[in-house]
Design a protein around this ligand. Structure first.
Ligand SMILES: [Zn+2]
Length: 268
């Protein structure tokens, strides 16, 4: 199975990056303004021979395209409902929203009622862990299992239907992370490996995603949405470099990127 899955976070009014989702310079780097998100959608719509789908359709074999485009949104910021859902629905598309369950109802994050509304409007809801740990892959077995099992149970309770998918916070995917997700009942886990290919571990499907940041141009978003192999290969080189830096430098990498992005202009 294949899909060109775009990895978005929040969409915010210009000059208000703190209005949705996590705060801080690193988090803000992943937030698009309304205007930029509109431009992304326009560019994707204009791309010929591109079809948007949901993971449910991919798993059911209902997609006609070789690699349909999927929209995913991490963290559970309130903009999922206030900015994103309407814009997708106007195009008759649906998104996948991954919720950090400890933050449900906090300022800037979705409430339980809002999560239920997204689900009822046809969007896919999944878990993004309980606490969004800095390194989910470094947790001990009990804490790792709790992050997936408790967050899945919270969403199951809110929606009245089993939680079957999730996305890995920070992209810190490992086999242990996948095994714990499967034990929590998940059928599909998105990570941040820039690939269109889906793999399978026992009963769990594992899907890569193509990351979008606030300076990703609309043309680039459309190229990624179309599953352009050369562009995705370039992203894989960047991702491999980042993974290497994270492995070698650990928390120094995080502190260095926070320092760097604090010095960058904030999204407007
Ligand atoms: Zn996240």
């Amino acid at each position: 199975m294949r899909a060109a899955t775009l990895l978005y976070h929040d969409v915010v009014p210009a000059g208000e990056p703190e209005s949705s989702g996590f705060s801080g310079p690193v988090a803000n780097r992943y937030k698009l303004t309304r205007e930029m998100f509109n431009a992304h959608l326009r560019a994707i719509v204009e791309r010929q021979q591109l079809s948007c789908a949901t993971a449910t359709q991919v798993l059911a074999g209902e997609t006609t395209k070789n690699a349909p485009c999927l929209f995913t949104f991490d963290d559970g910021g309130v903009s999922s409902l206030t900015e994103i859902a309407d814009r997708l629905e106007r195009l008759d598309w649906r998104g996948h929203f991954f919720i950090t369950t400890d933050r449900i109802g906090d300022p800037g994050f979705l409430s339980a009622d809002q999560i239920r509304e997204l689900h009822q409007r046809g969007h896919v809801i999944g878990t993004h862990s309980c606490s969004h740990p800095e390194r989910i892959d470094a947790l001990d077995d009990a804490d790792l299992q709790r992050e997936w099992s408790e967050s899945s149970a919270v969403l199951t309770d809110i929606l009245g239907t089993p939680t079957w998918c999730g996305s890995v916070p920070g992209g810190f995917f490992s086999l242990r992370v996948a095994i714990a997700a499967q034990r929590a009942g998940m059928k599909l886990l998105f990570n941040s490996e820039p690939t269109c290919r889906w793999s399978r571990f026992s009963e769990l499907h594992i899907a890569g995603r193509l990351p979008i940041v606030n300076h990703t141009s609309p043309a680039m978003a459309a190229t990624l949405a179309a599953g352009d192999a050369r562009t995705i290969l370039q992203q894989q080189f960047v991702w491999a470099g980042k993974k290497f830096a994270k492995a070698v430098a650990g928390s120094f990498y995080r502190q260095a990127s926070e320092w760097y992005f604090r010095r960058q202009p904030q999204p407007t």
